[in-house]
Design a protein around this ligand. Sequence first.
Ligand code: ZN
Length: 417
Amino acid sequence: MELDLAVDAAAERMEERLGLLKRTSEHKAWLQRTLFSASAETAANHLRRWMKATGMEVHYDALTNVYGLAQTSPDGPDAPRIHIGSHYDTVINAGAYDGTLGVLLGIAVVEVIREARLPLRHNLSALAFCDEEGVRFQTTFLGSAYLCGRFDQSWLDKPDEFGKTLGEWLVDRAESIDAVLQNEPYIRPSDCFLEAHIEQGPVLEAADKALGVFTEIAAQTRAEVEVIGRAGHAGTTPGSLRCDPLPVACRMVQAIDALCQSEEAVRATVGRLEVSPNASNVIPGKVRFTIDLRYPDAAGLRARRDRLQTELQRIADGSKVEYRYREAHWADDAILSPAITDALAEACECVQGEALRICSGAGHDSMMVARVCPTSMLAVRCREGLSHHPDEFVSEADCRLALKALVDAVIRLDRGA
Ligand SMILES: [Zn+2]
């Protein structure tokens, strides 16, 4: 089949699959597909079916990563692999394109290469990581870390919101913990990885361009904060005798926002705040909230985190509450491979005349994979820069352009390397 026709056919299938996966959710009213949920299992089954249909050798591992290897190289299954993919889990009340588009593009690239009968020196691999968002265990990159051989044993003790740990989940799923810990990494230093992902920001749209490339990914950290006071009767306890954690937590939230407003490159967010017992006539006994902090480089992030911690401690010290700060996640910034970035940029120039280079403020599996093999990312325009939102949208035309650019980049990388 001619290349353009193969791209058209694959883009059409991809649009249908996006629709189907959008409806594959734990909830009827919104999209939510978290690790180990029934909807994730259903999505994995769809992905396996589509990968199998292209003739790939398909794997579904202990952590529920789905990946397929297409033997396109004459040198057998161990030849260097070009991996293409992203994650198939979602946040709560998610959009249909975050992660999922990159996964489906990976499968579509394999379909195009196969249908157009393009000879390659590399094997092609389509990846669907099981958990990038970290909704269940408040951690990120579980899936990609596992495929990269970077799984951290301590993660087995991480509990979900019901207190069930990752280790317990695996045992319930009849997986061997020993086998999980001894897993041979599927992604190897001799491979390379291309991740296509929606931009999740407004830069491409403002520049009137469908595609761009990410040159680096910002460092990020997440923390969980507990402010503990003493619950009491709202009517009988005078201010002087209260130990109310909520006003203290509010001052902390304001300090976090002040940090965010203080410079353009820093991002500081309190996205979850729980007041307990959360009753209108009871002085709260405890407040818990999360902090999400990002900065382009790790050293800069560390400095800002330290400054913030000092400030929060100062606020706590000025009150009667008990205060706990726990860092739940840390990811260094990732510098993406210049060679892979250039191949993607040339592909963008080829399909849209110009390539925009941007720093990603959002975290991606590519941060993890970049530690193991040359990695870079194609950014795809999304309407109004909206993401982690049900109105997230990428036009059919932009999806098709992304597919075209990825196929082009794969051919360039295959010839160049
Ligand atoms: Zn994502």
